[in-house]
Design a protein around this ligand. Structure first.
Ligand SMILES: Cc1cc2nc3c(=O)[nH]c(=O)nc-3n(C[C@H](O)[C@H](O)[C@H](O)COP(=O)(O)O)c2cc1C
Length: 198
């Protein structure tokens, strides 16, 4: 049975248009793969471990293959299960709107927790090496404006695409964009059309 891990940050709850897009995409996926198991990490209602000094020091120590002090060990044990859950999934989806040309801060926090040496990547004499074995990672997002002709300011795509290169995930995205810029009616039409084409 394939396991899809959905990491969501959709603070508008049922009013979220990204939630509508995610739910439609999941319904389509489930129709094609009835055995697909979906687990959701809802970042609106989840307390992530901090990524603080002990985690940063532990990260350096693990990357260097050196001993962890007790505080670093405890911090490392707090973040490891999150990275293991990410690794155990056959596929990952990140569902969040665009915020200030990038991902909302809880999603960045989640990624700072899970992207760790010895777990999602390792350093070698030839450089860094991703450990996610080509796992598919899909960004499910909606955006107020249109970025098709403005890729240089779409830091959401640029950041996640490069992160996927780093950890060896296969990046793709499901996007409805331009939902705010021409008013709510035009936005609703765009979202409905994207959902109908899924
Ligand atoms: C804090 C905040 C920042 C936003 N920044 C951007 C932005 O940089 N670019 C953009 O196109 N839309 C931006 N938007 C608009 C949202 O991306 C858009 O309305 C999206 O469809 C909201 O999705 P949701 O209904 O799932 O919350 C922003 C919205 C909020 C609340």
């Amino acid at each position: 049975m394939a396991r899809l891990l959905v990491v969501s940050f959709l603070p508008k709850g049922p009013l979220s248009r990204t939630r509508r897009l995610l739910d439609a995409w999941l319904a389509k996926r489930r129709a094609g793969e009835p055995a697909l198991a979906v687990d959701e990490v809802d970042l609106v209602h989840t307390e992530l471990p901090p990524v603080d000094g002990p985690v940063a020091l532990a990260k350096g120590a693990v990357a260097a293959g050196s001993h962890l002090a007790p505080t670093q060990q405890r911090a490392w044990e707090a973040i490891t299960p999150w990275a293991e859950e990410f690794l155990a999934a056959d596929e990952v989806a990140i569902a969040a709107p665009m915020w200030n040309f990038s991902l909302p801060y809880p999603v960045k926090h989640y990624l700072d927790v899970v992207v760790q040496p010895g777990l999602l990547f390792r350093y070698t004499e030839q450089g860094s090496h991703g450990l996610c074995a080509g796992k598919p990672l899909t960004l499910v997002t909606t955006r107020g404006n249109v970025y098709a002709d403005l890729p240089q300011v779409n830091f959401q795509t640029a950041y996640l695409r490069w992160l996927c290169e780093f950890i060896d995930c296969r990046y793709s995205e499901i996007v409805a964009e331009g939902l705010d810029v021409r008013g709510p009616e035009a936005g609703e039409k765009i979202l409905s059309e994207v959902i109908a084409r899924l």
